[in-house]
Design a binder for this molecule. Structure first.
Ligand code: PEP
Length: 250
């Protein structure tokens, strides 16, 4: 559904110290202001240490700021964790949940991801729920089943097109320079769209992002695909000069 406003999102992961990050965000904000209003929504998810400062720098520019993860609880005895309410308080309007690096490095299950997504909604954040198959699962022909299972069990209850975004990120394509063929991306996105039907309000309008080695040279082809409503970008989001050409395809 290309009537939906696309979302081009950058995930900085565990990268960024204050000075350089402020310079890159400022460069992005300046480009955004020059084209205002932009044709797509733009989101940067910095490390939690920089959310407040990036949100202040981005204010009024059309660049939204998001967390990369949140705890399922609002507050309490969870040393080292950060709640959705804290991210909101720091100026975030979105939060990624269930990124494959969280699922792998922190053993997050679909149930965990769902609880985090529900915490994000409760705090008034838009949840970006990440799903994706491993190389093994793809080679075994299990991709569509794995994705449907993840979408079904990770989606927050009360999901709507306004409060939830799905990001399809094949694990084997993240940070590897490899991408599925456009036909493979289109197939998975169509499958996600049909899986969402009946499980989320206004599911036809829910944004489904593609992520995994998106860069300036492949973004236009990927973003043009049916049921691809934007992208989630890791490495190529760190520098405004790399990220901007991707934003322009949204
Ligand atoms: C990501 O981590 O969400 C991602 C897609 O990374 P990269 O663009 O670097 O593959």
């Amino acid at each position: 559904s290309k009537s939906v406003t696309p979302l081009i999102a950058g995930n900085w992961k565990m990268n960024g110290l204050a000075r350089e990050s402020a310079a890159e965000l400022t460069a992005l904000v300046e480009r955004m202001k020059a084209v205002a209003p932009a044709a797509c929504d733009v989101l940067i998810c910095p490390p939690a240490t920089l959310v407040r400062e990036m949100a202040t720098l981005a204010e009024g520019s059309g660049v939204a700021i998001g967390g990369q993860d949140c705890h399922a609880n609002e507050s309490g005895a969870h040393t080292g964790d950060i709640s959705a309410e804290m991210l909101k308080d720091a100026g975030a309007t979105y939060c990624l949940v269930g990124h494959s690096e969280r699922r792998t490095d922190h053993g997050e299950s679909n149930d965990t991801v769902k609880a985090k997504a529900e915490a994000a909604l409760r705090a008034g954040l838009i949840a970006v729920v990440c799903v994706g198959e491993t190389l093994d699962e793809r080679e075994q022909g299990r991709t569509l089943d794995v994705i449907a299972e993840q979408v079904t069990h990770s989606l927050p209850s009360g999901a709507t097109a306004a409060n939830t975004v799905v990001a399809y990120e094949p694990v084997w394509a993240i940070g590897t320079g490899k991408t599925p063929t456009p036909a493979d991306v289109a197939e998975v996105h169509a499958h996600i769209r049909s899986t969402l039907a009946g499980k989320a309000d206004a599911s036809d309008a829910m944004r489904i992002l593609y992520g995994g080695s998106v860069k300036g040279s492949n973004a236009a082809e990927l973003m043009a695909l049916e049921n691809v409503n934007g992208g989630l970008v890791g490495g190529a989001s760190l520098k405004a000069a790399d990220f901007w050409p991707i934003v322009e395809t949204g």
